[in-house]
Design a protein around this ligand. Structure first.
Ligand SMILES: *Cc1c(COP(=O)(O)O)cnc(C)c1O
Length: 432
């Protein structure tokens, strides 16, 4: 196993993905191509659901954050797994809808939903809208009235936690484009306003503290702040909170340097803390929602590329160029995100060739990794980047008019095309 259970070295000395030979996959589907283990995605959904119902209780449930990876077939899988879904645009809602994902199970997020978005969501029967601010709340109330419905909502609250230092920031927590801060009194004002409106039905509160979080500290702090606020609002304004959503952010192991994470154990530990807090505050425990995106799809994915050139610059570095790059995975360019890279054609050979993995764009910054070691490649070798399921395809672009790769799902050891490779015609389809 390499990092995650989908990745192994097969008999031929090639990388295998869910038991399938990477060279064979690359010949059949072409390169670059993204592979997603449907089995691994389903396993993660089931693991979260079981842990939430066991340790959070009631109707607590995970909500898949579709911004991590969004295409129709994935929503069909999510629907089959009875997942809830977090959508962040009318485009994501439309994708879920087209896949037959039940709209009542959608939570609609975003810091600046337009009136069009709100109208579309209400029309489609989106279950909950996570309202970000006062203007949106007032606009939604009117739109819901026009449609003759009472729209269920959550309010996005800013608890003021820095997930990286794991400290509650006592001051300065107001600096976010998202939500209403407790500290400034905005949170209280929007709760009171929501309770006074006729066409929205306030079911609970939401917060999101960050991403790539490896322990429960930021979630525990968020729960603590949110539950105190809930108790306060119950007393002052008669708020009845059915749902507390603590957002997404569970981390993923991208390289050997990242810790292994036991998600169910984290949920258990968090559940214990939440129970204690509710008892202390004399609160009926709301249903707990969280919104894992990355941790559901990242480790299910790998991208296969073909090596085009190996350029050794004596005294400097070695560049291995591949037939994709920042257009299908902008995360290294954006955040210097670290990945596990290997020569999938020579996966059993010693990884002793130090190199920089370069994409094909006319852009020096188009790199996927630097100072990595892989088995010395040659033109034609398959280069694999592992753990690419999240925030790769969903962030892909057509820069340099490079077409996006296909997405191949693997289910029970059988690969099938879920999203076809983009063509030059696709890229020109909007040119009038
Ligand atoms: C990005 C985001 C998520 C998903 O975060 P992951 O790190 O992918 O788990 C969930 N909820 C909200 C509101 C987000 O912005």
């Amino acid at each position: 196993m390499i990092l995650h259970k989908s990745f192994e070295i097969g008999k031929e000395g090639h990388l295998t993905i869910d038991g399938l030979d990477a060279e064979a996959l690359a010949s059949r589907f072409g390169t670059p191509a993204m592979f997603i283990s449907e089995d691994a995605v389903r396993d993660m959904c089931r693991m979260y659901q079981a842990a939430f119902s066991k340790y959070f209780g009631g109707a607590s449930a995970p909500v898949y954050a579709g911004k991590a990876l969004c295409f129709k077939r994935l929503y069909t899988v999510m629907a089959e797994e009875n997942m809830l879904a977090d959508c962040v645009s009318s485009g994501e809602i439309a994708t879920a809808n087209a896949a037959g994902f039940p709209m009542k199970n959608v939570f609609f997020h975003g810091n600046n939903k337009t009136d069009y978005d709100l109208g579309y969501a209400v029309e489609q029967g989106v279950g909950h809208i996570v309202v970000d601010g006062v203007e949106e709340l007032l606009s939604l109330d009117k739109i819901a009235a026009d449609h003759g419905v009472c729209q269920k909502i959550l309010l996005r609250i800013t608890p003021g936690i820095d997930p990286h230092t794991h400290k509650k920031i006592i001051t300065g927590n107001v600096d976010s484009k998202f939500g209403s801060a407790i500290e400034t009194g905005d949170a209280e004002r929007i709760v009171r306003l929501a309770l006074s409106l006729e066409n929205v039905c306030l079911e609970g509160l939401h917060c999101h503290v960050g991403s790539q979080i490896f322990d429960i500290a930021p979630f525990r702090d968020a729960a603590d702040i949110m539950l105190r606020f809930i108790a306060d609002m119950k007393e002052k304004a008669g708020l009845n909170t059915k749902i507390l959503n603590l957002g997404g952010g569970f981390g993923v192991r991208y390289t050997e340097d990242d810790p292994e994470i036991d998600y169910a154990e984290n949920v258990r530990l968090l559940g214990v803390e939440i129970d204690k807090m509710c008892e202390q505050l004399n609160l009926t425990k709301p249903d707990i929602h969280m919104e894992p995106g990355r941790s559901i799809v990242a480790a299910a994915g790998a991208t296969l590329y073909r090596c085009g050139s190996v350029k050794e610059i004596k005294g400097f570095r070695n560049y291995v160029s591949i037939d994709g790059g920042m257009t299908d995975n902008p995360r290294y360019t954006l955040y210097q995100s670290q990945y596990t890279v290997l020569n999938a054609s020579k996966a059993a050979a010693p990884a002793d060739f130090e190199c920089t993995l370069a994409g094909r764009c006319c852009e020096s910054g188009d790199l996927l990794a630097e100072n990595i070691k892989i088995a010395r490649p040659e033109r034609g070798d398959i280069i694999a980047v592992l753990v690419t399921g999240a925030y790769n395809y969903s962030m892909a672009s057509n820069y340099n008019k490079v077409a996006r790769p296909p997405i191949v799902m693997i289910s029970g050891g059988k690969p099938y095309l879920a999203v076809r490779r983009e063509t030059a015609e696709d890229m020109m389809a909007l040119d009038v």
